[in-house]
Design a protein around this ligand. Structure first.
Ligand code: FMN
Length: 309
């Protein structure tokens, strides 16, 4: 296979460079050396890199993030086709493996936790009662809360959080869009885990802009509150560089598990939601989309049906 070396072409601008690489990739696709979706993804990433080139402090993670946030599942199949598609086999190991049976009995000390875990489900259904503020507070505290301070990283004020995080650097924060929570005015709030209070950022009903920013997720408008887990890249990149971007997703996943379990314990409906246009949600949350950005939305609320005693 003959490929023109893009460094041998006359390159004076990033556009020339992109054109050179594009022609190499196109030829690779033509002769089967490169999968079309790989070529398209590579070009997207390069184009993002070129458009960010004049920014200061551009990390590889910003380029990846910019190309990923363009649309939800940009290179996946159209949502309308998924209902007719068969998922891969999700079993971990199959017949014939060398197996060692494990005891079925749950140790006594684990019973309460096991009960909670077995009850946990995603439930995108919300009733009409307001969410008690104690329920919101309990979920926030058990997911994002601070239980004290410790020495670390040449500081005396490193918060100890209820959730594990890479390097203890707690790359996440939480904003709350309040729709119907007892004693709280509708609006957008930030949670301060140290003071355990809410900071009103913007008053008003934000359900419609939130609905506009999400994809096929109408249930978001009936949730009494929506938690937005946001990520803060500089908190991890000073230590981990670009790899910190990966840790942010893991940290957000751990916090999400806390939210689910706390909500389950309280009988609160909860359903994670990642089907959204990042730029729109970032705008709504007043985040720059580069250093700070939305990771996940979690609508929560009172379950439908008669009021629980
Ligand atoms: C990271 C993440 C993103 C999710 N995004 C969506 C979403 O956009 N829309 C939705 O209806 N459910 C979403 N869910 C919920 C999953 O669909 C749900 O967890 C899955 O179907 C398994 O059901 P279970 O939570 O009841 O076990 C998401 C869950 C996770 C963990």
């Amino acid at each position: 296979m003959t490929i023109t070396d893009p460094t041998q072409t006359d390159i004076s601008t990033s556009e020339d460079l992109l054109d050179g690489i594009r022609s190499v990739l196109e030829r690779g696709v033509e002769n089967g050396a490169c999968h079309p979706s790989w070529a398209a993804a590579a070009l997207d990433i390069l184009a993002e890199g070129a458009s960010l080139a004049s920014d200061e402090g551009v990390y590889a993670a910003h380029i990846v993030h910019r190309s990923l946030r363009a649309e939800a599942s940009k290179d996946g199949p159209p949502v309308s086709r998924i209902a007719t598609m068969r998922a891969p086999d999700l079993r971990v190991w199959r017949a014939g493996s060398d197996r060692q049976a494990l005891p079925d009995r749950t140790p006594e000390e684990l019973r309460a936790f096991a009960g909670l875990v077995s009850e946990r489900r995603s439930t995108p259904m919300y009733g009409s009662e307001p969410l008690p503020v104690e329920h919101l507070a309990g979920i926030l505290r058990q997911s994002f809360g601070v239980t004290g301070f410790e020495l670390g990283y040449q500081r005396r004020d490193i918060p100890k959080r209820v959730g594990a995080s890479a390097g203890g650097l707690q790359s996440y924060d939480c904003q709350i869009i309040v729709n119907d929570v007892a004693s709280l005015a509708p609006g957008r709030y930030s949670y301060d885990p140290i003071e355990n209070d809410l900071i009103l950022e913007e008053a008003g009903d934000l359900r419609l802009p939130l609905l506009d920013a999400t994809i096929e997720s109408d249930f978001i408008v009936s949730a009494q509150a929506v938690l937005a887990i946001t990520g803060d890249f500089p908190r991890v990149s000073w230590k981990y560089g670009t790899r910190g971007y990966r840790y942010m997703g893991l940290d957000a996943g751990i916090v999400t598990a806390h939210v689910y379990l706390a909500a389950t314990a309280l009988g609160v409906s909860v359903n994670a939601l990642a089907a959204f246009a990042d730029d729109r949600v970032n705008n709504l949350l007043r985040l720059d989309g580069k250093e700070q950005f939305v990771q996940l939305l979690i609508p929560i609320g009172t379950p439908p049906g008669p009021k629980r005693q």
